[in-house]
Design a protein around this ligand. Structure first.
Ligand SMILES: Cc1ncc(COP(=O)(O)O)c(C=O)c1O
Length: 404
């Protein structure tokens, strides 16, 4: 049963950042997809390549499963390897007997889409901008027997305290915490991975973001042995390929964990730089950044976001539209954290895109396509200023609109 946009409250739950950089977007600088740049590293590619001669054999997941279990200090019965975290959403939706699933939004939309496709009626808890998109556990209905929440949350970049999430646990309830981006948080603080004292806890992890393995498909589930067994029975035979198993084993080695920790600290610094630059648009353009941002992406609210996004495309940059996330509207954009030089180029392009959108160009409107732009802005124009956070633009007409 395919998902139905009308039933989803007008949100296209199957729209993801990769749509912004496909086809006519393939040449754009990608700030739409949250996969770390310059990945996979050479050492990981070498390990994956070395597995290719053994492709004639069926995959044997035992070593990778044991390595993942050891990384989290868990017995293997608590680990299930999956073809990305995305497979886990489908397994959970199909294999568990659930009466009242609740998804905490705004968040990655695939868990809800998978639940709907499996025939469930899904309730939403919408976290609010006024609360900084932070969770009040009391907002989750008491009789919810499946609760899905992301930590840190895509797209808000909010990192919920582990203790707050643990408060959602109840006997008779499955609590799914999607930690796909947790390895981009220095020290993985607030992670619930490895915890066995939280009833009904299911932690999902992805290896595709930090390691640039989105095309390989590898992730895993950490849960009680009974839940793991149920999910495993719903999997097809050999769901994770040999190269993906090799990657999983490699990505949980102590060398890889140290490298991921280093990358997380660098992302935090680059994010600070991006956020500082974005804040400069607050007074002149009414742009607001959701803070504190703790993930490898930043959520912003700004008037004319659709026009700005289209103008950015004409200037060579793809960012993620926010309006397909329940709880957000067409004033929202998500921006992936990139290295300082790319961030500087982006901020200059944003400065120009704001002007274009404010002047009524740049596509405007809340159109649903990723769009190829409007042709209003000449492609790859030199940016108006040299690197550094943008200041006021004398050439911009005064604008009075501010975010609602
Ligand atoms: C929050 C979140 N969870 C899970 C996934 C799926 O990750 P994977 O590539 O491991 O399937 C994504 C992908 O964008 C995501 O944003």
């Amino acid at each position: 049963m395919p998902t139905d946009e009308a039933a989803e409250g007008g949100h296209d739950l199957r729209h993801h950042g990769d749509a912004e950089v496909r086809d006519d977007g393939s040449e754009l600088t990608d700030l739409a997809v949250n996969v770390r740049t310059d990945t996979p590293p050479a050492w990981l590619l070498d390990r994956i390549s070395a597995s290719l001669p053994s492709l004639a054999a069926y995959p044997d997941g035992r070593a990778a499963r044991a390595a993942v279990a050891a990384r989290h200090g868990l017995p293997v019965e608590r680990v299930l390897l999956t073809a990305g975290a995305a497979e886990a959403f489908v397994l959970l939706a199909r294999a568990l007997e659930v009466r009242r699933p609740v998804v905490v939004h705004p968040q990655f939309t695939e868990p809800e889409a998978a639940l709907r496709d499996a025939g469930h009626t899904v309730d939403r808890v919408l976290l609010r901008e006024e609360d900084g998109f932070r969770l009040d556990p009391a907002a989750v209905p008491e009789d919810a027997d499946l609760v899905v929440i992301g930590n840190p949350t895509n797209p808000t970049s909010v990192l919920h305290p582990a203790g707050t999430l643990a408060q959602l646990a109840r006997p008779g309830r499955v609590l799914v915490v999607d930690e796909a981006f947790m390895d981009a948080v220095p020290g993985e603080r607030e992670s619930l991975a490895g915890r066995t004292d939280v009833p009904g806890l299911v932690v999902l992890r992805s290896l595709t973001k930090t390691w640039g393995l989105a095309g390989l498909r590898i992730g895993y589930v950490l849960a009680g042995p009974g839940t793991v067994a149920r999910l495993e029975r719903a999997q097809p035979l050999w769901p994770v390929s040999t190269p993906a198993l090799v990657a999983a084993e490699a990505c949980v080695s102590s060398q890889a964990l140290a490298e991921a920790g280093h990358a997380a600290r660098r992302i935090a610094k680059d994010r600070d730089h991006l956020v500082a630059g974005l804040r400069e648009f607050a007074c002149t353009d009414g742009l607001r950044v959701v803070e504190p941002a703790e993930g490898s992406f930043v959520l912003v609210r700004l008037p004319q976001a659709a026009g700005v996004r289209h103008a950015l495309r004409d200037l060579g940059f793809a960012v993620r539209r926010g309006d397909t996330f329940p709880g957000l509207g067409d004033e929202w954009l998500r921006i992936a954290v990139r290295d300082r030089a790319t961030v500087n180029r982006f901020l200059q392009a944003l400065d120009r895109a704001m002007t274009v959108a404010g002047d009524g160009g740049g596509g405007g409107g809340g159109g649903t396509g990723t769009g190829g732009g409007t042709g209003v802005v000449p492609p790859r124009q030199p940016p108006p200023r040299l690197p550094g956070p943008p200041g006021p633009r004398p050439e911009s007409p005064p604008r009075t609109s501010s975010p609602a």
